[in-house]
Design a protein around this ligand. Structure first.
Ligand code: PLP
Length: 315
């Protein structure tokens, strides 16, 4: 939800139907007020789980295979056995959407944790009943204000970590690093935190990937230290396919402050314009600039083509 002063990249139009949605929890699809997991759950106790955010278009989960590639890789890396193949996951998502009568404008948070523990301690072997699988699918239309006003970013002291501490590519339940960054941004009077890498180069925001546009060229970080965002990769691919110069490179706040446009990417909001960084207005400080708008159109078209292809493939 949004108020007059602040918003986030995940603001949605108010939808009272979300009060009574049906949620998938470990094999059952139950009303929201009955959707519960144990206080002994590994995800609740330790943040020991992985999640994916997916969007539903025309009854298809856009870029489903990309999401499953990321999820299965992350779970393999932390020895979390999902116990299902990707068709099994798709069946859960489809059944949950169907139980809610959803075909479009829906967003799923799929969560897989190591399961319920025998005792309230850290050791993974204590997670004896698992995994725990939950799929929350909500009616979701990004708020118009995100496009018209843009997001205000503040650079925050919290940085992205090196991969040998907790690899930022893990979409883990524990998002404390990002939550701290978001709190710092909020305390600085902004909507979302712009995070630097350990060397001081601009990296990403606490919830989305970050791009700037300078003289018609699109720049984003090298990809080290940030989430391997699916929307990020689609935008890079679209630039290559449509003759828009794109660079994955190190750059500093100096380059970001002087950008003609800046935008965020994520499954939820696709491409969201940035209005200001640290109080400095970007591209006039309002809605999306011309390159961002062009990429939005190309991305919409890509979704339509992908969804049609996925439908045809499934027969
Ligand atoms: C920290 C962070 N960055 C970026 C993203 C965007 O990734 P995607 O485009 O795959 O939704 C996410 C979403 O999970 C995220 O948590």
């Amino acid at each position: 939800m949004t108020d007059a002063h602040s918003h986030s990249t995940h603001d949605t139009l108010a939808d009272p139907r979300n009060d009574t949605i049906m949620i998938y929890v470990d094999g059952a699809i139950v009303p929201k007020d009955q959707a519960k997991v144990s206080v002994y759950d590994s995800g609740f106790m330790l943040g020991d789980g992985m999640w994916e955010g997916l969007r539903l278009y025309e009854g298809e989960w856009a870029f489903f295979d990309d999401h499953m590639d990321r999820l299965f890789s992350a779970c393999k890396a932390v020895s979390l056995d999902i116990g299902l193949d990707r068709d099994g996951i798709r069946d859960i998502l489809d059944r949950t959407a169907a139980a809610n009568g959803m075909v479009n404008d829906a967003h799923c948070r799929l969560m897989i944790t190591r399961g319920r523990k025998a005792k309230p301690f850290q050791h993974p072997h204590l997670s004896q009943w698992g995994p725990t699988i939950v799929a929350i699918v909500e009616h979701s239309t990004p708020a118009n204000s995100l496009q018209s006003r843009g997001i205000r970013l503040a650079t925050v002291p919290q940085v992205r970590g090196l991969p040998h501490s907790q690899d930022p590519k893990f979409n883990s339940h524990s998002k404390l690093n990002c939550v701290i960054a978001c709190l710092q941004a909020e305390q600085a009077g902004a909507d979302e935190g712009l995070m630097l890498d350990p060397h001081g180069f601009v990296n990403t925001t606490n919830a989305c990937n970050f791009f700037i546009v300078r003289k018609g060229a699109v720049w984003t970080s090298t990809g080290d230290y940030c989430m391997n965002g699916i929307t990020r990769q689609k935008v890079i691919d679209l630039c290559h396919a449509n003759g828009i110069p794109v660079f994955e490179r190190n750059y500093s706040l100096y380059d970001a402050y002087g950008a003609d446009e800046a935008f965020l990417t994520g499954t939820f909001g696709a491409q969201t314009p940035v209005a200001e960084i640290d109080g400095k207005s970007i591209g006039g400080g309002s809605g999306a600039g011309p390159v961002t708008l062009r990429l939005r159109d190309l991305y919409k078209d890509l979704i339509a083509r992908t969804v049609a292809a996925q439908k045809a493939q499934r027969g």
